[in-house]
Design a protein around this ligand. Sequence first.
Ligand SMILES: [Zn+2]
Ligand SMILES: [Zn+2]
Length: 97
Amino acid sequence: MALEDKTLVCRDCGQEFVFSTGEQEFYQSHGLQNEPSRCPECRAAKRKERFGDSNQERRMFTVTCAECGVETTVPFEPREGRPVYCKECYAKQREGG
Ligand SMILES: [Zn+2]
Ligand SMILES: [Zn+2]
């Protein structure tokens, strides 16, 4: 089946955009039946909305300090079996060696 560029209308901003043959092939190869309903810009905006800007915001994990029991957040995922300390206790641990 010969593919041709299609002009579609974005349902978000109402602008026309091209659904290129390359994209159509991509959709077909992934078994996607529906044509895109949004222009590339609106799709990118949606994606950003959903996943957030990972460059600007680091994910924080809420943990309980193994030393004093206070709830704190750390910028890394705590490993099971490894104690996590709040800032103060962490500083103390380092001082104590
Ligand atoms: Zn749009
Ligand atoms: Zn603590």
